[in-house]
Design a protein around this ligand. Structure first.
Ligand code: SF4
Length: 694
């Protein structure tokens, strides 16, 4: 306090980085933010924080911030700074012209998991009710869309089942395709506390992540599977549980459809689904699978936590359903200490999905085909909605190349850097007549934009974020927006320029509308949130205090649904030209494509992506740590330095995607989840060759 001086003002708000959703006291001197202090009453963090939330806020005042709107007629022209009035008039003119020539379905938008619930709600409302079609999608397309599909199909609700505190009641913790130490550090600390108290740990991950062995923690079982074989591993676990009769018959008979369980049980019992049969596919010793299955089924409360190592596969949705099957079969649902919990990467992935950001679903995960739901929104919004689901992000890009999709509004998302097969994304953007980027910085996607609308940071706005445990928390304005407007105001101005007549004056009115139209949020209001601090949805007449644990008395859809999930190998194959498998992830000090963390002066370590390679593979290719390497796939190539480590298995290499200089997604493929098109980031066949550097 002495070094930075006493704060003159403090505002309690919510971190805008990961899905843990830590609460902070933002301390100000004058107009300057001097310190972020983890807030002891924050229900998600209880006074703790990680390096990103605590120190990485400098990007808010970074010189790269764009604070005035810009336009240009074509992407080879220089940007021209203009007034808000001119930018919005120009954009609206183009939108109305394209709509007149090509129809409403030629227009679309992308919402951001970094923006507030109210902002994402307005973007989907803009696309559906002002543009006039359902071409709205969100960055969850490339991360947790399989969670939405898989948990809705099995449990009836697209959300994790527990609050974070629940982990303290777990006896067995299974972590699948997630690295909480780096990606969800504050929750990881709570999990580690429980592990140090004696809970048993099963890790299913191709890498030997920190949790496998760290001070005072040793996983009971690590299943270092071959990337792309999640369904095979989960099915072999189920085989053991069913054939050794370790399932919870009482729970299944009471809470699930017994006939569906029976079909599933017969399927997983097949010899071809045994750990011994599948060992050749998964590379996990059969005995390890058997012991892990027995531990999960019989070790007491079993809790599953998973991440993008589950979802970002061609069988991402299937894997989510295998996890749900396993939890239902063992009765690990509906009480503290159990459950199935997706660890969300971005701060508001859950919220963006809740708010109707998918092309087939209105807010609250209700299908656009449902006439009754449509009529609720039509009456409130005073429009007639398109009855057909719109396009997903990859389909928008395909349709742009074909000429039928002409314009896109992208809020807070850098799809050129974050989405797979960069060349294909660039081709789709280049083919469009109008690309509107609404962001803090001139990101990579803005290279293809015709309109740039400056965005506001989480420090400059009011609203709410929903974290990975469905906790809706207030975001409070700490400073005035550098560009003059909060993001929800910009979307409103754009809607009105195109012809709407919206007149929200505060996000509290948007929350009121969301609560009025969405049963799971019916008990929500800005005033109530400010009184109680936070609440976990569903919050309504049935659950007036919110819902820390879901499915306590029954599943939303009545009975839990077992789904047969056959393992199907990915089409991405290794071979003589591309003999290694690349998988990707993130590190503690950086966040996603690094737009914010790379612009924060006090977080300077890890300033490049590196390629982890097993000593055997490194020796075979003559690499030592620090050497430059060319990483090539069927899709493209990039250059980065090698880190020799036995954290990865022979035949597997690993990197992160935080730096545009690496552009790791140049090498990832177009393969995607069969149900949701979530890209298969986690499996790319590659070759690694010596290089002199970029
Ligand atoms: Fe922010 Fe996540 Fe770190 Fe908490 S754990 S401070 S929410 S980045």
């Amino acid at each position: 306090v002495k070094a930075i001086g006493r704060p003159e003002k403090a505002v309690v708000t919510t971190c805008a980085y990961c899905g843990v959703g830590c609460t902070f006291r933002a301390e100000m001197r004058g107009e300057q933010l001097v310190r972020m202090v983890p807030w002891k009453d924050g229900k998600a963090n209880r006074g703790h924080s990680c390096v990103k939330g605590r120190f990485a806020y400098g990007y808010a005042n970074h010189k790269d911030r764009i604070t005035r709107p810009m336009i240009r007629d074509s992407i080879d022209q220089p940007w021209r700074e203009v007034s808000w009035e001119e930018a919005l008039g120009y954009t609206a003119g183009k939108i109305n012209d394209i709509k007149a020539r090509h129809g409403a379905r030629a227009l679309g938008g992308i919402t951001s998991s970094r923006c507030t619930n109210e902002e994402t709600y307005l973007v989907q409302k803009l696309v559906r009710s002002v543009f006039g079609a359902n071409n709205v999608d969100t960055c969850a397309r490339v991360c947790h869309s399989p969670t939405g599909y898989g948990l809705k199909t099995t449990f009836g609700t697209s959300a994790g089942t527990q609050d974070f505190d629940s982990v303290m009641d777990a006896d067995v913790i299974m972590v699948i395709g997630a690295n909480p130490t780096d990606a969800h550090p504050v929750f990881a600390s709570r999990m580690k506390r429980r592990l140090r108290q004696g809970a048993k740990l099963i890790v299913i991950d191709p890498r030997r992540i920190d949790l496998v062995r760290s001070p005072h923690i040793e996983a009971a079982h690590h299943l270092p599977l071959q990337p792309g074989t999640n369904v095979a591993v989960m099915t072999s676990l189920a085989h053991v549980i069913v054939t050794e009769k370790l399932y919870d018959e009482k729970f299944i008979r009471e809470r699930c459809d017994w006939d569906e369980f029976d079909d599933w049980a017969r399927f997983v019992s097949l010899e071809r689904n045994s750990p011994e049969f599948l060992e050749a596919v998964t590379c996990v010793p059969a005995q390890t699978v058997r012991e892990a299955a027995r531990l999960y089924a019989t070790g007491g409360n079993g809790a599953i936590y998973y991440g993008l190592g589950v979802t970002e596969h061609s069988q991402g949705s299937s894997t989510v359903m295998t996890i749900a099957n396993l939890a239902m079969a063992t009765g690990n649902i509906g009480r503290p200490g159990v459950g199935v919990n997706p660890l969300r990467g971005q701060n508001n992935v859950q919220g963006a999905c809740d708010m109707g950001s998918f092309p087939h679903e209105l807010p609250g995960y209700r299908h656009i085909h449902d006439a009754e739901t449509r009529s609720v929104f039509e009456k409130d919004w005073g429009v007639t909605l398109d009855t057909e689901p719109g396009l997903r992000i990859p389909n928008m890009l395909d349709a742009a190349v074909d000429g039928s999709f002409r314009a896109i509004y992208i809020q807070g998302e850098d799809i050129l850097q974050s989405d797979p097969n960069t060349r294909h994304v660039a081709a789709g953007l280049e083919a469009m007549e109008l690309v509107i980027v609404h962001d803090l910085f001139l990101n990579e996607t803005a290279n293809y934009a015709h309109v740039f609308l400056p965005g506001s940071t989480f420090l400059e706005k009011n609203g709410t974020f929903t974290n990975a445990e469905r906790r809706i928390q207030p975001v409070r304005k700490v400073m005035e927006p550098a560009n003059g407007y909060e993001d929800w105001q910009v979307t409103q101005m754009l809607a009105n320029a195109v012809g709407a007549n919206w007149n929200y004056t505060h996000p509290s009115q948007i929350i009121e509308e969301i609560a009025r139209l969405t049963p799971s949020f019916a008990g929500l209001s800005w005033e109530r949130l400010n009184e109680i601090g936070s609440v976990q949805w569903p919050v309504n007449e049935k659950f007036p205090q919110g819902s820390p644990v879901m499915h306590v008395e029954g599943f939303a859809s009545g009975k839990g649904k077992f789904v047969v999930t056959e393992y199907v190998p990915t089409d991405e194959k290794t071979g003589p030209r591309y003999p290694l498998l690349l998988t990707t992830g993130r590190i503690l000090s950086q966040y996603n494509v690094g737009a914010q963390t790379r612009r924060t002066d006090n977080v300077v370590w890890h300033d490049e992506d590196v390629l982890e390679m097993h000593p055997t593979d490194a020796e075979n290719r003559g690499f030592k740590t620090g050497d430059w390497a060319k990483l090539a796939s069927r899709t493209g190539e990039t250059t980065l330095r090698v880190l020799v480590t036995d954290r990865v298995a022979p035949g597997v290499v690993y990197t992160t995607f935080h730096h545009p200089s690496t552009q790791a997604n140049v090498v990832t493929t177009d393969f995607s989840d069969w149900a949701t098109n979530c890209p298969e980031y986690k499996v790319t066949a590659v070759q690694v060759m010596p290089s002199n550097g970029p």
